[in-house]
Design a binder for this molecule. Structure first.
Ligand code: NAG
Ligand code: NAG
Ligand code: NAG
Length: 210
């Protein structure tokens, strides 16, 4: 009888471990606009998308200036359920969602640039085989109008890899070898660098048991 009780307790414990393991991938950080580089004073909204009903998810960040901080206590203001900032360079850092019980979502690196050119690239890891567009964006500091239809050079890990007159670089089927640091430049300036992560084909129960 004693043994049955402890086995039951062990199963309960395992169940809890597995269940909370699931919860970690049930939340994701969403960013609007959906990219990882921003111009200074751009309005950026971050929110937690939670699959399972769960309370107490907050957007967290770690920056060089402030260390680990929570929204809206330490930074940003709430607009609906989104944390909003008027971005400045010191907002650059890593952002994620965290629940009251310490579960984490994916994390995203954000760079705020006070120059005239940024690179638009996927904010979250891209899956092998997918179509990816990198875009060089220019902002006119006076009018705040943005454009990307201009001649731009793209660099990967410090080497020039292509030039396009439309400000875009497309990768029809991204592969692991495309992972790395990217930046772009035009006559107006150079963007910061962003790391693009490429993950293997997403495994599901199907591929797992095949
Ligand atoms: C964020 O950037 C740093 C430095 O480039 C890198 O070490 C880290 O892995 C990145 N984190 C994510 C979640 O992309
Ligand atoms: C150059 O830009 C055009 C349109 O934006 C795009 O269709 C084309 O794929 C780009 N070229 C390369 C090599 O990425
Ligand atoms: C990008 O920068 C390099 C090095 O400064 C420069 O030679 C090149 O002309 C620039 N590209 C464009 C499209 O302006």
């Amino acid at each position: 009888m004693e043994q049955h009780t402890s086995l039951y307790m062990l199963l309960c414990l395992l169940n809890t471990v597995i269940y909370s393991g699931h919860a970690q991938i049930d939340a994701s950080l969403s960013i609007s606009p959906d990219r990882s580089q921003f111009f200074e004073y751009e309005s950026v909204s971050l929110s937690c998308e939670v699959q399972r009903s769960s309370t107490g998810w907050r957007v967290m960040r770690n920056t060089l200036k402030g260390g680990t901080e929570e929204c809206p206590t330490d930074w940003g203001f709430l607009k609906g359920s989104s944390c909003t900032i008027s971005a400045v360079p010191s907002d650059s850092g890593v952002y994620w969602c965290e629940s009251g019980s310490g579960e984490h979502s994916n994390a995203v690196n954000i760079t705020v640039h006070d120059g005239a050119v940024i690179l638009e690239s996927p904010a979250i890891p891209v899956t092998e085989g997918y179509f990816v567009t990198l875009r060089c964006i220019y902002e006119d500091k006076k009018t705040k109008k943005t454009s990307s239809n201009f001649r731009a050079d793209f660099q990967n890990d410090g080497s020039l890899i292509m030039t396009n007159t439309t400000g875009e670089m497309t990768i029809p089927a991204v592969s692991k070898s495309d992972e790395g640091l990217y930046k772009c430049n035009s006559t107006e300036g150079e963007s910061p660098e962003t790391w693009m992560t490429v993950t293997g084909e997403q495994y599901s129960a199907h591929t797992f048991f095949r």
